[in-house]
Design a protein. Sequence first.
Lengths: 114, 111
Amino acid sequence: DVKVTQSSRYLVKRTGEKVFLECVQDMDHENMFWYRQDPGLGLRLIYFSYDVKMKEKGDIPEGYSVSREKKERFSLILESASTNQTSMYLCASSSGTGGYQPQHFGDGTRLSIL
Amino acid sequence: QKEVEQNSGPLSVPEGAIASLNCTYSDRVSQSFFWYRQYSGKSPELIMSIYSNGDKEDGRFTAQLNKASQYVSLLIRDSQPSDSATYLCAVKNTGFQKLVFGTGTRLLVSP
């Protein structure tokens, strides 16, 4: 089974802090994704990566950056946390470049910015 | 128009009934279609994928795809209270690795 591990289930930070969310997958997947999920808005893609050191902006990249130094690890960085970044953050991974591979999700990190 | 549309629900069905969840999509070149189940406070879990027109069955779940009409549906037979969750429809287009998600349909199965 695919295992996507997010470093924290719950996290509380203060406004202005730099926040790091870590995600590791154990299936040698090429593609990794960061989403946030808010009530009524569904899943929104923040950033994704299809290879080491490669990144692509998703639908809502403002206020975020990412890092992918190793294939198995994809980090999401909140440069200066704000209260409107309080959300559930979900990491996912998928294999290959074909059109048939699903994404597999980690357990999520519920982040609160005070 | 949203790219992937689902009725938000809740869809209420009695235990043992068939639950029918529907999803429409706007991009005709969409290639792959997925159904995820998400329990409250948990992450999405893949339950079905479908790529060709017609039906695909897996246990109590049947996914149906009609590319001409641009809809995909999920049938849950013999619904159980443990099936109560939000069901997300996701669509992938050719050449892209991104999934486009609907906002989900909340299903409530009453004992």
